[in-house]
Design a protein around this ligand. Structure first.
Ligand SMILES: [Fe+2]
Length: 531
């Protein structure tokens, strides 16, 4: 082997090690290294999409950025070459005490994103990080390691957010969320929306003007998805929320297409064709999220369900209710319930994920077990009247797997299970009951549904149908339809969910308030009440 080839192979090996870890290296080592630019010169600022961190563990986390000097152009203003990016992690806000540093490679295949797995840090403390490429430097982000697993932990305080339609409102709530510097953020999905740009949208109040518009048509190609993420990520309020805390992200439907499940979209597109769109959407999702390199999609498969543990206090099970789910029943998203909601073969999590979850629930040594997921688990009748009307894109359309899961929670003797949900664009707090359980029976678990950051525009405190819905749904303990996010403040005895709302998102400068605090005691799912 000549020197030149040996050097190229070494570079390729180094890249693979840093990017994919030692386990994956044998397969990647033979890839030829592409052109590497060590000291690139940029015509405009390359860190316009901000920085992020995610997947915190006791000894580290992922730090992310994506070089995009021209975010909206095909190729995002970058050469078709790999670019060196220096990264630095410090123990102080001003970055004077460096504790870890290195070189990452922003590759054209991955939209010039970098996902660095930082390790060797101390548990349960904040760190700060930044990137340098050529002579350009990113802003400084704050992250935080998790407490040592199994060790006593007094308190965990984290945020739950998602559903951030760019056209329907400003991200003011994200700016307030950033100021709270939570231990972490759980994003339940709908990070982007795939729809075309619109000047007018249909609110329940009538036609409304969008506050800002998506570029272009509905998104299908990798460049479309990249540009959509770029448009969202250029929002400085969203950048602030990423720069304030590590995120655990999961997707719902709009990261790919409205109401997709498994290999089916909502339009009946041939699955081979939808698979092409899925692959591109999944790649763009990976490129733009602070995920571990092990989440890199393979074809139309992406490993997103996973567990995070916080001392001896909380086991956090992040679920994927889209990728393995059977098709929605009764031909509708919202509709009158038909017999198909009892389909014995239906599934929400798929066999493998379901088994994984029961094992995690069974083995848990923590005070609380969390199911962090996308769509509502409570069985809410949305249309008080003779016909039971439900959101059939939620667990309500899947009674068999829902009953099996609640049965497992009971059988395992778990009485401190909390389900965290998004998707509804409304705040809900309620109790989870077994299918057909009589009103007044002891609930099995507690569900908190967080509203949207911006989707559906300015909300309202109580919708017209709120009191009627509460009357026919005894499991529902509180409801509100403003925009905002959820803060969960947890200790060994109690779980407090603070519903944070902003009074408007149609103009900038909305005011924040804590609309409600709902508390549930550990071991007593029937104790859910206003604080
Ligand atoms: Fe949404």
């Amino acid at each position: 082997m000549n020197n030149h080839r040996a050097k190229r192979l070494e570079l390729s090996r180094r890249f693979a090690l840093k990017t994919f870890g030692a386990a994956a290296i044998s397969g990647l080592a033979l890839l030829p290294a592409s052109r590497i630019l060590a000291a690139p010169v940029f015509q405009s600022y390359p860190f316009q999409l901000g920085v992020a961190s995610g997947e915190p563990e006791p000894d580290g986390f992922v730090i992310w950025t994506r070089l995009a000097p021209e975010p909206f152009e095909i190729g995002h203003g970058m050469p078709a070459a790999t670019v060196e990016v220096e990264w630095q992690v410090a123990s102080d806000r001003r970055m004077t005490q460096t504790v870890a540093s290195g070189t990452a490679y922003a590759r054209p295949e991955l939209g010039h994103s970098v996902h660095v797995e930082v390790a060797g840090l101390e548990p349960n403390r904040p760190y700060w990080y930044r990137f340098t490429a050529g002579r350009e430097r990113s802003v400084i982000g704050r992250s935080k390691t998790t407490p040592a697993i199994g060790q006593p932990l007094d308190r965990l305080r984290f945020a739950v957010a998602g559903c951030q339609n760019y056209e329907e409102g400003y991200y003011t709530a994200h700016r307030y969320l950033a100021a709270e510097e939570p231990d972490f953020v759980f994003c339940y999905g709908d990070y982007i929306y795939e729809y075309r740009g619109n000047r007018i949208w249909n609110h329940s109040w009538g036609p409304m003007e969008t506050v800002r518009q998506h570029f272009g048509d509905e998104i299908y190609t990798i460049e479309d998805y990249r540009r959509r993420y770029a448009q969202y990520k250029m929002d400085s309020d969203l950048q602030a929320a990423h720069a304030a805390a590590p995120w655990f992200v999961t997707w719902d439907d709009h990261e790919i297409d409205n109401n997709w499940v498994d290999s089916a979209d909502q339009d009946g597109t041939a699955s081979q064709l939808f698979a092409l769109r899925q692959q591109m959407a999944m790649q763009a999702y990976y490129e733009n999220m602070p995920l571990r390199p092990s989440a890199l999609p393979i074809g139309t498969a992406m490993q997103l369900y996973r567990q995070a543990r916080f001392g001896n206090l909380v086991d956090f099970n992040l679920l994927d209710t889209r990728q393995y789910r059977s098709d929605q029943p009764c031909n509708d998203r919202w509709g009158v319930v038909c017999d198909d909601v009892w389909d014995k073969d239906s599934t929400v999590l798929g066999d493998q994920q379901e088994r994984w979850l029961y094992e995690k629930l069974g083995n848990s040594q923590s005070h609380w077990q969390v199911l962090a997921q996308q769509v509502m688990m409570m069985d809410l009748d949305r249309n008080p009247g003779p016909d039971q009307t439900e959101n059939l894109d939620s667990w309500a359309g899947y009674r068999t797997p829902r009953g099996r899961m609640l049965g497992q929670i009971e059988e395992l003797g778990r009485k401190s299970v909390v389900v965290l949900t998004g998707d509804e664009h409304q705040n809900y707090a309620g109790e989870l009951h077994q299918n057909g359980q009589q009103p007044g029976a002891a609930p099995i678990a507690t569900e908190f549904v967080a509203t949207s950051i911006s989707s559906r525009g300015d909300g309202e405190d109580q919708r017209r149908d709120t009191s009627a819905i509460q009357e026919v749904n005894e499991c529902l303990k509180w409801h509100n339809a403003n925009r905002g996010y959820l803060i969960c403040d947890v200790n060994a005895e109690t779980w407090t969910s603070e519903f944070k709302i902003v009074d408007k998102v149609s103009t900038r400068g909305g005011q924040l308030s804590t609309r409600q605090r709902m508390v549930v005691e550990a071991g007593r799912p029937g104790s859910l009440a206003e604080a």
